[in-house]
Write a protein that binds this ligand. Structure first.
Ligand code: MF3
Ligand code: CO
Length: 290
């Protein structure tokens, strides 16, 4: 029986034999599962072909964000950012993933100052001197999804807001250092949460990162407030985003009742977020998109 299975095709779709592909992986997963660790389901483990597709999609997403970073400026309406993202993504053969996603009306999220995330581009929101803005860009290329976001400082941004933006980026970097096979998502969360707190900030609890690949949002939910050694085990072939929202004041948030999307800080103080998309490899990780 065992021999037959070893000689058969691997469940990952690689076309290789199970014995030469994920057999050892499954043995490890089973060992952790028996010790009550939360293990990743098979359907989120990507094979080489899928990883290649995600790399291509990510290249487009990075190029779109590079384009935005070259053209974003004071006085611009956030709707103009939406137009840039739509046109650039299309020109490279991609589809902006947010457009019509669960009713989202635009191609990109633009979240200014106290907007935590999911800001909707508008003709009536102009970037002003001193603003900080997150541009969250996601691409569907041939069914492969990519997702990353960056912060931009408009004109003369006060020192306290600059520090928030810088710390939010460092949080992602600290979290990334923890991404390796057979570690836990809680290790990533802990590194991020500790760095935010050490700087006097709070991470948002209710919104987080996510698995990504053949769908825009896949399991697991990537929290930044769970404890070290808890949460899902990271395994080679897993792809997820790290996108902590770091608040200057309270971690309390509320959702805009008018559009049911945009999230704001409850105290009106600014929030910053950077997002990367990362692949867990045999030896550590590979950043696909930033
Ligand atoms: N990176 C964001 C997220 O995963 C992108 C949201 S796009 C939206 O939540 F369409 F869902 F708003
Ligand atoms: Co995301």
């Amino acid at each position: 029986m065992k021999k037959l299975k070893e000689d058969g095709y691997c469940w990952c779709g690689s076309g290789k034999t199970y014995g030469s592909c994920h057999m050892e992986f499954d043995r490890k997963i089973e060992m952790y599962r028996k010790k009550f660790h939360k293990v990743p389901p098979r359907n989120i483990i990507k094979n080489e072909e899928q990883i290649a597709g995600l790399r291509e999609s990510s290249k487009i997403n990075i190029a779109v964000l590079d384009y935005v970073s070259e053209h974003i400026r004071e006085g611009m309406a956030t709707e103009e950012i939406d137009k840039m993202v739509y046109e650039q993504t299309k020109a490279m053969g991609g589809i902006p993933a947010p457009l019509n996603y669960e009713g989202f009306p635009k191609s990109v999220c633009t979240s200014v100052n106290e907007q935590v995330c999911h800001g909707i581009p508008s003709k009536k929101i102009w970037l002003q001197d001193g603003d900080i803005v997150n541009v969250d860009c996601s691409t569907n290329y041939k069914g492969y999804y990519s997702d990353s976001s960056r912060m931009f400082c408009i004109g003369n941004v006060p020192e306290d807001k600059r520090r928030l933006v810088k710390t939010a980026k460092e949080c992602v970097e600290k979290g990334l250092e923890e991404v390796k096979p057979w570690g836990h998502l809680g290790d990533v969360a802990n590194a991020i949460n500790m760095h935010a707190r050490a700087n006097g900030y709070k991470v948002v609890r209710d919104v987080g990162g996510h698995g990504i690949g053949l769908a825009f949002h896949e399991t697991p939910f990537v929290s930044y407030v769970i404890k070290k050694g808890t949460g899902m085990l990271m395994a080679p072939g897993m792809v997820f985003t790290i996108e902590p929202m770091v608040n200057m004041g309270t971690d309390k948030i509320y959702i805009d009742e008018n559009n049911n999307w945009t999230i704001y800080t409850d105290d009106g103080l600014p929030s910053a977020q950077w997002e990367i998309m990362v692949l867990v490899t045999e030896t550590g990780h590979e950043v696909l998109c930033w």
